[in-house]
Structure formats: structure tokens, C-alpha cells
Design a protein around this ligand. Structure first.
Ligand code: SME
Length: 162
């Protein structure tokens, strides 16, 4: 059984999250099982988070994948919302205040800030990792750095999952 433990030091916490992500991606070949556990790790280990999960690009739109948190929008068009913009522009987007992001899609009105990181398979957009917080300006440079590493780790292993 995997233990989810929140370390008080944010760097230690992220190092444990990275280790958990990488060990899952290396040892388990099932895509859904890995995305489910990684979203659960992020949701339960990061402080001040109300949603963490994946949208996967299918038939030209982003479709809800495994996540932790309240039920969310099922489909997001490319170019729409923070997720669709991050996927279309192929860039990490940090939104310190969701009310200030034009077109933000509110799945949970408690969300105040958000980060979305694109995932790639063989250089093409596979989907996004989306993390929401009920705290304004929740995501620091440290979060961006470590979450980018976690997203890269996921992307690097996607081609061999089924
Ligand atoms: N806020 C996102 C939608 C997904 S939910 O936050 C889970 C967006 O604007 O794309």
C-alpha cells in the first residue's frame, strides 16, 4: 500500500511526490491506473488544493480524466478556459486570480487560483494536468518548477503505457 504523507517542508513534499510519480510511471504500464494514483497523490499531498487531475485530448477536445476533488466539467474545447488555452498554446499557465482570467471555466466556485501544465506524447499534446486552489495566488515558482518536472516525468513515460 502506498502512503500519502504531507511533508511540512515544501521541497521535501515535492521530492516525495516526484518519487511517487516516477516510480508509478516506471513500474505500472496502465495509463488510467497511473493517472488515477498521481492525481490522488497530488490532491492529498499538496496543501490548499481543491482539485487535481487530468484532461486528455480525444477527438480534438479535452475530456475529463482521473482526478481528485469535486465532479468537474466533462469536456473542454481546445482554446477554451485555462486548460484549453494551455493545451493550444503548449505552455504552462499559472492563474493567480481566476476572476482575472478571461474565459476561465468555473467548475467549483471555491477555486481562486489555478495552474495548468500540458502533457506531451511523442511531441504532440496528450492532455493537461490541472490543479486548483481555494487560495488566491497559491502557486509559487517552486510549485511551477516541481510541477513542471512532474509533468515532464509523466510525458516521458506516456508512450509505453496502455
Ligand atoms: N478551470 C478550468 C476548467 C477545469 S476545472 O477547473 C477542473 C479551465 O478554465 O479550463
Amino acid at each position: 500500500m502506498y502512503k500519502t504523507q504531507t511533508h511540512t517542508d515544501p521541497q521535501e513534499n515535492y521530492q516525495a511526490l516526484y518519487a511517487a510519480t516516477s516510480s508509478h510511471m516506471e513500474s505500472e504500464p496502465d495509463l488510467i491506473a497511473n493517472l488515477a494514483n498521481i492525481s490522488a497523490f497530488l490532491y492529498t499531498s499538496l496543501p490548499d488544493i481543491n482539485w487535481a487531475g487530468f484532461y486528455v485530448l480525444k477527438g480534438g477536445e479535452l475530456v475529463l480524466g482521473p482526478f481528485g476533488g469535486k465532479p468537474a466539467c466533462t469536456r473542454i474545447a481546445m482554446g477554451r478556459g485555462v486548460c484549453g488555452t494551455a493545451a493550444t498554446d503548449r505552455r504552462v499557465i499559472v492563474v493567480p486570480d481566476v476572476d482575472a482570467f478571461e474565459g476561465h471555466i468555473a467548475c467549483d466556485c471555491q477555486t481562486k487560483s489555478e495552474i495548468v501544465l500540458p502533457l506531451y506524447i511523442n511531441g504532440e499534446v496528450f492532455g493537461v494536468l490541472d490543479i486548483d486552489s481555494p487560495v488566491l495566488d497559491r502557486f509559487s515558482e517552486l510549485d511551477v518548477d516541481y510541477l513542471t518536472k512532474i509533468a515532464e516525468c509523466i510525458s516521458n513515460h506516456l508512450h509505453k503505457l496502455n
